[in-house]
Design a protein. Structure first.
Lengths: 410, 230
């Protein structure tokens, strides 16, 4: 295998027979290039879908109240429905098994936040510690709110990454005090949120703190929860329907009233997204396998052609003392060398092409089109193996035909 | 050097088989210059292929250099060909993308000789056939006679026991044919056993012994009487 003389012989054959080298090399390089491009673009589509739907936990449910539109049980329409702390208790007691994370929510818009000379307006949300997984928020620095903060009605806040950037510039906000509507709060954590800029401009404070500050008695604005991830999509939808029905009963709302209590369940969206992702994965897989098969067929044809073309040469070599194994070895090493190096060229071209188009295709919803190196190397290895098998079969046949027959081949 | 006893060979043609060689007996001693004469279909090429280990025989015995040839697999045959036999073909059979020198050196490559050594030896043999200055030329840049001389150099380069020539002058004009025969005579004078197949009387006449073949049977085997004037 590492006999220099043998490689010299092979390099000579390769360089003196440019047409067939180019044919075989081009097939492989092109197959790998196509594979990389299509696979990369498919992955790009996948990435952008993943990003679009990862804003909030996929199993989240939000419950909002509104104004009744239908009279019911002697009550007039146009009545405002107000959630209170006993609704929190009610939901939690009725759905112990179904609920994973739960948080009531008090929300205040356009709260002015000041730190030293800088100020800006933000939405302040009073929440439970459970709200963090609901929003898929990730703590960068410090911690999120705790139940102890809640119990103490502590004047603490967890702020979004962009709040820190707006008010603190490049400085660290952790441990500093910021002023919200004239009251000082200590920053205990900074978070980032895959939901994007808007979600990174929230300020979270303990629910009890916010309720005491902004609401009369035990009023609150809405609920957020995630259902038990073991629930199937249909079960999750049934759960949220039941929840809606029971809350309507509790507040004396006509069951057909659509606007008094609204339950937004991501399960249905999640179901669609899952199906879409599954479909995308199938398409990507199909593209990958299809390109590979096309490449395998191409290289097989060319190897058969190459060996056929060389039958006479093989006959001459055998007459001069070449053993069958040396003939097979020569053809195999040639084909492996050509397919492997051409595959590498195709891989490089594909990766560079993907990098080159990355900015352009982002406008069309293809995000970060890329291929794992291991996948492409795997594909190249498959093609190399296919090329060698495709070379081996005719080589074996050529090596085993009698030299006299090979010599007479024109 | 070559001893053949009751050699039979037939080729399958569809369901039937064509009986080509029908019990040949032939003994060629070391240093002989023998020609096999016969029209096409007489079995002379088949005989050469069997003698050259390019093809197997059905029944009978074949001794090459005292060694009985039987149950030969391709690998053993390849090694024996490389060691004992040199081939010269009617259509030269040079590898078209290799230079004259590389073509001559190829049998030595299959002996595992280093590039430097085999090129040195190949150049000596090219010199011997008078083509030292053509060493770097490709076969396409050589005339027919030159190609055949390269092929002869290639046949000689391993210093074989027997040179087998299949219609060596079949593709050449009479002048170059004569030159090629002179070259074969010269190597025979140096002690090489040379075995020529031809259908041309005047070519056969330049050898020392003519074996005539017809329909797979030897019909005559006689020494050539050298003309005193030559």
């Amino acid at each position: 295998m590492f006999d220099i003389d043998r490689w010299q012989e092979i390099f000579q054959t390769i360089s003196k027979n440019k047409l067939r080298t180019i044919l075989a090399g081009f097939t492989i390089a092109f197959a790998i290039l196509l594979f990389t491009l299509l696979f990369g673009i498919g992955n790009g589509l996948k990435h952008s879908f993943e990003k679009r739907f990862s804003n909030d936990a996929a199993n989240s449910v939000y419950i909002r109240s509104g104004i009744t539109t239908k009279p019911y049980k002697g009550l007039q329409s146009g009545r405002k429905i107000q959630f209170r702390n006993n609704d929190s208790k009610f939901i939690n007691e009725k759905f112990v098994d179904e609920i994973q994370f739960f948080s009531p929510n008090v929300e205040r818009y356009n709260v002015q936040a000041i730190y030293e000379g800088e100020h800006n307006n933000y939405t302040v949300r009073g929440v439970y510690p459970d709200y963090q997984p609901l929003e898929s928020a990730e703590i960068k620095d410090g911690r999120f709110l705790s139940y102890l903060d809640l119990k103490r009605k502590a004047k603490v806040v967890a702020i979004g990454r962009l709040v820190e950037k707006d008010l603190f510039g490049n400085k660290n906000a952790l441990g500093k005090n910021i002023n919200l509507d004239g009251i000082s709060y200590k920053v205990i954590g900074v978070f980032s949120d895959p939901g994007g800029d808007q979600d990174e401009r929230f300020i979270y404070t303990p629910f009890t703190t916010a309720q005491g500050m902004y609401r009369i008695n035990d009023e609150l604005d809405r609920f957020g929860l995630t259902y038990n991830p073991e629930l199937k999509v249909d079960q999750a939808i049934a759960f949220s329907n039941l929840l809606q029905k029971m809350l309507k009963e509790k507040h004396n709302i006509d069951p057909r009233d659509q606007s008094a209590i609204r339950v937004q369940n991501y399960a249905e969206d999640a179901k669609n997204v899952q199906q879409l992702m599954f479909g995308l994965n199938i398409i990507i897989l199909f593209i990958g396998i299809g390109t590979l098969i096309a490449g395998i067929i191409g290289i097989s044809n060319i190897m058969v052609y190459i060996v056929k073309e060389r039958t006479k040469e093989i006959g001459i070599r055998k007459a001069l003392g070449a053993t069958p194994s040396s003939i097979i070895g020569m053809i195999m090493m040639e084909s492996i060398f050509i397919t492997a190096s051409a595959g590498y060229v195709g891989l490089l071209l594909g990766v560079f092409a993907l990098k080159g188009i990355a900015d352009t295709v982002e406008e069309y919803g293809i995000l970060n089109p890329s291929v794992e190196t291991s996948v492409v190397i795997g594909a190249t290895i498959i093609l190399v193996i296919a090329g060698s098998i495709a070379g081996y079969i005719p080589a074996k046949r050529a090596a085993s035909i009698k030299p006299i027959v090979a010599l007479n081949d024109e | 050097m070559i001893r053949i006893e009751k050699l039979h060979k037939s080729y399958p043609i569809g369901k039937d088989s064509l009986h080509v060689l029908k019990g040949l007996d032939l003994h060629i001693k070391e240093g002989e210059f023998v020609s096999i004469m016969g029209s096409s279909g007489s079995g002379k090429s088949t005989l050469l292929n069997i003698v050259g280990l390019l093809d197997g025989h059905d029944t009978g015995k074949y001794y090459l250099n005292g060694q009985l040839i039987e149950n030969l697999d391709e690998k053993k045959a390849a090694i024996l060909r490389n060691k004992f036999l040199g081939f010269v073909f009617q259509s030269f059979n040079l590898i078209n993308y290799k230079s004259a020198l590389e073509n001559v050196a190829l049998p030595l490559y299959y002996q595992g000789m280093s590039r430097k050594d085999r090129n040195k030896i190949a150049l000596q043999y090219l010199d011997k056939v008078g083509l030292k200055d053509r060493a770097e030329h490709l076969p396409s840049e050589l005339s027919g006679g030159e190609k055949q001389r390269v092929a002869i150099a290639r046949a000689l380069v391993t210093n074989p026991k027997v040179v087998l020539a299949d219609e060596p002058t079949g593709a050449l004009d009479s002048t170059t044919s004569h030159q090629v025969m002179e070259l074969l005579k010269e190597i025979n004078r140096e002690g090489m056993t040379v075995f020529v197949i031809t259908h041309e009387e005047d070519i056969a006449a330049e050898t020392d012994r003519i074996v005539r073949l017809k329909d797979g049977i030897i019909i005559s085997d006689e020494k050539v009487l050298k003309k005193a004037t030559v």
